[in-house]
Design a protein around this ligand. Structure first.
Ligand SMILES: [Zn+2]
Ligand SMILES: [Zn+2]
Length: 496
């Protein structure tokens, strides 16, 4: 039997005491499904540990105190002046919430909830302001030279004389990338600085600045007793921030570095790896508009973290939904993807794509079409929610050959059909009473055979009669979804 990757990790750690899995994402831009991989990977391991009877905790630290690094393509030119300031101290780019950090964090938190991920949530700016990091800052300042040596040994890069593990926020210009530490006072818990803007001052160790990333990361491990952490492969390179973090954690903070889970990127088909800074991304909300949250979980959880995911929102996406709905895959991947007591959805996504186009926003017609094609329609809310997903998918990602329009009148293109094709349509009209979708489909083949017609041609004739096009959805199920009298009349019309 295949063991799911999250269970492999759980088995490895099940006898090592309580576990805390940490995740952290910087809310510097729209959170996309690539970022979701971090929290989803963490959540899968968290659930697997729980299943193995381990006392486990899942935490999410929002890096709201990180500085704005550059003017991202989605920002107004006026945001240039905020580069270098902590995200929590910058105004919201559209004025709708309290800060820049909130603007991207709040929708992310809402998405996590929809996806059934419930970590303990911490905001870095609040942690710093509350003084949670004070001891770590003091240790880092006192052991500055040791840290600099580790950074140089591990990363191979020269560390400048003026380097400090602490970035004070300038009280004049609000930036952290323009200040230089000139001294510190451990007793009074302040750090002296000079800024390129001309200011000099003393920053408090409680919110007056933050540890630089390579020190901040290992500093949080003992604070939160982190034992497991997933992170992107950019942090996992030789000499990268996990390598330096591991030594800083062990040698400066006397704490063992957490068990690393390195995850690969999600590539958008034909475009490349998703990054919010480049605008190559599908947001989580975009995705939740077209698939149920369980399927988004499944997309990520079914693949081992170290393998990259090629994501194609066109046809492969509906194949994925059908694989999930029909539970054709690894059992534990489904268990780890489920939210609450969600049950499999019976109607294939592909068939929903057909009936949604037939019903054209008419809910009664939608239910009728499903019932005609042999599906149970008692779970109405789920059906309508799925129909909305499908409509969004048709609007945004469906290739044109999937789209069709049922013609109100017999299309004139029918004139191009041969006599024998017309005859076949007439025969079909007389043979579909009381037949199921599958039986109608078989009948199309049977008639082709009887008349010595190429079945492909005959299918084209059917599509022409109803859609005015030579292609269409699976014919038996399509015809079964329509009013039977209407189908018969149309076929007879086409035959004469
Ligand atoms: Zn906002
Ligand atoms: Zn300044």
């Amino acid at each position: 039997m295949n063991i799911h990757w999250a269970d492999v990790i759980a088995q490895e750690l099940e006898n090592s005491g309580p576990q805390t899995i940490a995740t952290g994402i910087t809310p510097s831009g729209p959170v996309h499904i690539g970022n979701m991989r971090e929290v989803m990977t963490a959540d899968a391991v968290y659930r697997a540990l729980k299943n193995h009877g381990v006392d486990a905790k899942l935490i999410y630290i929002a890096d709201t105190f990180d500085r704005l690094r550059k003017l991202y393509p989605f920002l107004d030119e006026s945001f240039k002046e905020h580069i270098g300031k902590p995200l929590s101290e910058i105004p919201c780019p559209t004025g709708c919430c309290a800060s820049y950090a909130d603007h991207f964090l709040l929708p992310f938190l809402a998405s996590m909830e929809k996806l059934g991920i419930k970590p303990e949530i911490y905001r870095a700016d609040e942690l710093y302001k509350k003084g949670v990091y004070i001891d770590s800052i003091k240790t880092a300042l006192a052991k500055r030279d040791n840290i600099a040596r580790i950074l140089k040994e591990v990363s191979g890069r020269e560390v400048p004389e003026t380097w400090s593990p602490f970035d004070p926020i300038c009280q004049c210009c609000g930036r952290t990338n323009t200040t230089k530490v000139t001294g510190f006072d451990l007793e009074n818990e302040i750090v002296d600085y000079e800024c390129n803007c001309g200011c000099k001052g003393s920053a408090s160790m409680s919110g007056g600045g933050k540890l630089v990333w390579r020190v901040d990361w290992p500093a949080r491990w003992p604070i939160f007793k982190v034992t497991i952490e997933p992170f992107g492969k950019d942090h996992a390179t030789a000499g990268g921030s996990y390598d330096t973090g591991k030594r800083i954690s062990e040698e400066i903070y006397n704490y063992p570095a957490p068990y690393p889970i390195i995850y690969e990127w999600i590539h958008l088909k034909g475009v490349g790896a998703m990054h919010s800074s480049t605008g190559i991304a599908i947001s989580i909300q975009d995705m939740l508009d077209v698939v149920p949250p369980e399927v988004l979980r499944y997309l990520i959880i079914r693949t081992k973290p170290e393998k990259h995911i090629d994501f194609d929102p066109a046809i492969p996406l509906i194949t994925l939904v059908d694989e999930y709905d029909q539970r054709r895959g690894e059992e534990n991947a489904f268990a780890l993807s489920s939210i609450g007591d969600s049950r499999p959805f019976e109607v294939p996504y592909r068939h929903m794509v057909t009936v949604v186009q037939i019903a054209r926003n008419d809910k009664d017609l939608l239910l009728k079409a499903l019932q005609r094609s042999g599906y149970d329609i008692s779970r109405k809310d789920e059906i309508f929610s799925r129909a909305q997903n499908v409509q969004n998918w048709l609007d945004r990602y469906a290739p044109s050959f999937i789209k069709f329009q049922l013609q109100n009148r017999l299309p004139s293109a029918i004139n191009n059909l041969s006599t024998v094709e017309r005859k076949g349509l007439g025969m079909l009209a007389e043979r579909i009473d009381e037949k199921t979708a599958a039986e109608i489909h078989d009948e199309v083949y049977a008639i082709s055979k009887e008349l010595g017609l190429d079945s492909k041609k005959f299918f084209q004739a059917i599509y022409l009669a109803f859609l005015g096009d030579r292609q269409g959805p699976k014919a038996g199920w399509f015809l079964a979804s329509l009013d039977r009298e209407f189908v018969k009349i149309r076929l007879r019309e086409a035959a004469t």
